[in-house]
Design a binder for this molecule. Structure first.
Ligand SMILES: [Zn+2]
Length: 481
């Protein structure tokens, strides 16, 4: 185990994680084998899930609504337009029914209006002067302008703290070298993760997916990093590419920890197994600052005390009860939103989660969730709702008989699909001679998982683009008509 570098200096930086402004680190901080980055905060996560914890969070949220109303002209206008007086929001159901969602459309509109009004696209909900900002990240918007996420010094500290908690749970420790292979420019897990690695005393090697495979592999062989972060499809691509570019298998590079994210894959047992065996590393799946665990029972939320959470029916937007196994559209409100650079009530990015509130087999704290799909990606095939994430799961479960790469061909704009749903699927090398049997088997597996029977067109292994960013599963044939 690496020795901690300058523990006292690191702890002074911690600030938000322990007592603010604490000069001396707490005793547990010197122990590199401790289970949590922040023993104080992460052991308390369970309290949040109790009735008392929830009541306390609700009381804080009620104050937050008033504070946001007072602090943000944007929200004052939105709530006024909706006829909402903060004090009239008396129950969680009131909150869900009365306060409008800040969904992708609202976010886009706020950015567009701010471009017209202020000459920048950071959003009307931006609360502080531009010179307070320290970092601007953008999602890789597949259509139109990107969506911005903005940090001031405090926000960056908060981000560092929650990412450090997630990274520590995988075994990342001070002094370790971490090769960063996520896209640095267009991804919230890009530069913010680099900042968090510095914050926790690890050494970031920010190569990024943009640099290309050869450069990444070169850095890996010259610098011997212990940890790699990238998308799961990029990690799979590196398995193929490493011997061609360097003459060595990826397993010979010495990675101990592989952290994947940005697209589905890292939580699918077959993909985890494939990556783990090829890299000779432990594999974890990351979604924002939530991390999968050794039991692979979903993403652990290691910072949940600071937010209010809602699960909604994706069609009616009605509130669903939060309980173990419940599914719905995930909506969050930071309880310190009013102090943020760009306050947001009811942030809805369009993720459908299944939530687990019971203790995890891995023994670590925090609620967990699995991603069911994205509200935007939902397809309706003869009234049956189908999510690409579910198709990905079936395809990847058939590795190595399928390569794991496929596309959904859309002949008209989603969500409506006239059956059959068309899939282009790459078969594995070994299967070239027995595609008919494989087709029947795959169609049955899809029917079991999705309740629909897609039409499968075979592609030779390697024919689809291997994305270094995020794999786009839709082939929009209707655009070419
Ligand atoms: Zn767990």
């Amino acid at each position: 185990m690496e020795k901690l570098p300058d523990v006292a200096a690191l702890a002074r930086q911690l600030g938000q994680g322990t007592e603010p402004g604490a000069a001396e680190p707490p005793a547990w901080f010197a122990d590199p084998n401790r289970p949590y980055w922040n023993m104080d905060a992460e052991l308390k996560l369970e309290e949040f899930a109790t009735l008392r914890g929830q009541e306390r969070a609700w009381a804080r949220l009620r104050r937050t609504i008033r504070d946001v109303y007072d602090a943000s002209p944007y929200w004052r206008q939105r709530l006024d337009e909706a006829g909402v007086v903060p004090e009239a929001v008396r129950t969680p159901t009131d909150y869900a029914r009365m306060v409008p969602l800040f969904d992708k459309e609202a976010h886009r509109q706020s950015q567009e209006d701010s471009l017209a009004a202020h000459g920048h696209a950071l959003g009307l909900h931006l609360r502080v002067p531009l010179d307070q900002l320290r970092l601007i990240c953008a999602t890789s918007g597949t259509t139109g302008n990107p969506t911005y996420y903005i940090y001031d010094a405090n926000g960056l500290m908060g981000s560092n703290e929650v990412y450090a908690r997630a990274l520590w749970r995988t075994g990342v420790r001070p002094g370790m070298r971490v090769l960063h292979g996520f896209a640095l420019s267009m991804f919230a897990a890009g530069v913010p993760v680099v900042h968090a690695l510095n914050y926790m005393g690890a050494c970031a090697i920010p190569v990024g997916a943009e640099a290309g495979t050869e450069r990444l592999l070169l850095q890996a062989s010259l610098l011997k990093p212990e940890v790699l972060t990238c998308t799961p499809s990029y990690a799979e691509y590196l398995i193929e590419k490493a011997p061609q570019v360097t003459g060595r298998e990826i397993g010979a590079f010495g990675f101990k920890i592989l952290i994947v994210g940005g697209e589905p894959g890292g939580s699918i047992p077959e993909v985890r197994k494939k990556l783990g065996e090829a890299f000779g590393a432990k594999v974890y799946d990351m979604q924002g600052p939530a991390m999968s665990c050794d039991a692979n029972e979903g993403f652990h939320m290691s910072s949940m005390g600071g937010s209010w959470y809602e699960l909604l029916d994706p069609d009616t937007k009605e509130l669903r009860p939060i309980e173990d196994g419940a599914t719905g559209e995930w909506v969050t409100t930071s309880l310190s939103a009013a102090k943020g650079v760009a306050p947001v009530l009811r942030m809805a990015v369009g993720d459908l989660y299944q939530l687990f509130t019971e203790p995890c087999a891995c023994g670590k704290t925090g609620w967990r969730y699995r991603i069911v799909g994205r509200v935007d990606d939902m397809l309706k095939v003869k009234g049956v709702m189908v999510y690409p994430a579910a198709i990905t799961k079936v395809v990847q479960a058939h590795y190595p008989r399928l390569t794991g790469f496929y596309r959904i061909v859309l002949d008209e704009p989603p969500p409506r699909v006239v059956p059959p749903l068309r899939l282009k699927v790459e078969y594995g090398e070994s299967e070239a001679g027995r595609l008919e049997a494989l087709r029947n088997e795959l169609e049955d597996a899809m029917h079991n998982a999705l309740k629909i029977r897609p039409e499968i067109e075979w592609l030779a292994p390697g024919s689809l683009d291997r994305s270094v960013h995020k794999t786009q599963v839709f082939e929009k044939a209707y655009l070419e008509k």
